[in-house]
Design a protein around this ligand. Structure first.
Ligand code: KQY
Length: 364
């Protein structure tokens, strides 16, 4: 049972908890579209199963899967992962599952954003996206939580919150003309306050260089705890990522969060060498009308900030780069009470995101 509620979370005393707050479960979606995932999505399925099975060591995981893929998914994910049959267009639960909000009594509701595949007909990554747009309502019903339908385009990967009134986002994404061209920056800030229950909106400029989501914040920066932000850093002279990360650091250095705190910034270096698509990887992706081209040599938006916090754990991607160890060590130091698990992230990256993008926490 899931009712549609016409007020807003803030008006009803609900807010989005920080990702480190306890989870009831993690939602994921099984990948299968051959025009985004190479070789019929088989390598991606192995990678997603690895993420699901790792998270399931820490908290319940529910995987949405099409009827056609049900038996295959069942073979690859552990018995601890629950499978539910739901049609989707692709596999980005961060963006197409609901964002969950909670009140002081611990009651949970869902926020169902408008989804337009990261830009609709103006740079969107596939068409159609009807099943993905409908997914949040399906999940709210499965989770038996009431649902707010937000009146603007947003993806969950475009926001991070600290659970204490602060939201972190990027201008590149939220002010992009392909999301909500009818809304001003102030209109968008008000909607974030209304639907996330935050007070202060912190704006970074751009996301990771060439991120096809138009710069989702969850690939470049996230809160590690209140007052502390992890930022993807780059020290290669002349690399566009260096200027983007330096600008983000300067902005963060001048900001105060909703509690009036200055922010401490922890750098997480991007891979030491840009990650690019190999010829055999590009060749394995079906070309269809409206799908995102995958060309050999194209640079991918690889970042260790794209990790997921599970109950008592942290799942971070590896790219086969020396900075894998650096990132893991930094995160282990920042989260001494969590087990840090590093899993291969390349196949997920080839589809346009990483561990955080394919997961969505439902708070306890
Ligand atoms: O990173 C994300 N949050 C989503 C990436 C979507 C890529 C679609 N090809």
């Amino acid at each position: 049972m899931s009712k549609l509620i016409t007020s807003t979370p803030a008006a009803d005393g609900y807010a989005m908890p920080a990702e480190w707050a306890p989870h009831a479960r993690c939602w994921m979606i099984w990948p299968e579209r051959p025009d985004n995932w190479r070789d019929g999505a088989v390598p991606a399925q192995t990678a997603f199963a690895r993420v699901a099975n790792t998270i399931a060591e820490f908290e319940p995981v529910t995987m949405c899967v099409s009827v056609a893929q049900f038996h295959r998914a069942r073979r690859l994910v552990s018995g601890a992962v629950t499978l539910v049959e739901i049609a989707t267009n692709d596999a980005w639960a961060r963006d197409t599952a609901p964002t969950f909000v909670r009140n002081a009594a611990g009651e949970v509701r869902a926020v169902d954003w408008i989804f337009n595949a990261w830009g609709g007909l103006d740079g969107g990554l596939y068409r159609s996206w009807d099943d993905d747009h409908a997914l949040a309502a399906h999940i709210a019903r499965r989770a038996a939580v009431d649902r707010y339908a937000a009146d603007f385009v947003l993806e969950g990967g475009a926001i991070h919150v600290d659970g204490e009134g602060t939201c972190l986002t990027t201008e590149e994404c939220l002010l992009n003309r392909n999301r909500n061209p009818q809304l001003s920056r102030e209109d968008i800030e008000q909607r974030l306050r209304d639907y996330l229950g935050v007070r202060e909106i912190l704006w970074l400029g751009q996301g990771i260089y060439l991120d096809e989501t138009d710069g989702h914040v969850d690939n470049i920066a996230c809160f590690l705890r209140p007052g502390v932000v992890a930022l993807a850093t780059c020290d290669r002279a002349g690399d566009p990522q260096t200027a983007i990360s330096d600008d983000a650091r300067a902005r963060l250095g001048a900001m105060r969060d909703a509690q009036g705190r200055a922010l401490e910034v922890i750098g997480l270096p991007v891979p030491s060498v840009p990650v690019t698509i190999a010829a055999r990887e590009a060749a394995g992706v079906l070309v269809t009308h409206g799908s995102q081209p995958r060309r050999a040599g194209d640079r991918l938006a690889a970042s260790y900030v794209n990790f997921y916090l599970a109950n008592g754990g942290l799942v971070v991607p590896a790219f086969g780069d020396p900075n894998d160890d650096v990132a893991r060590a930094i995160l282990a130091e920042q989260f001494p009470d969590r087990l840090v698990r590093q899993i291969p992230g390349r196949e997920i990256l080839l589809g346009g995101g990483n561990v955080h993008c394919i997961t969505q926490q439902q708070p306890r």
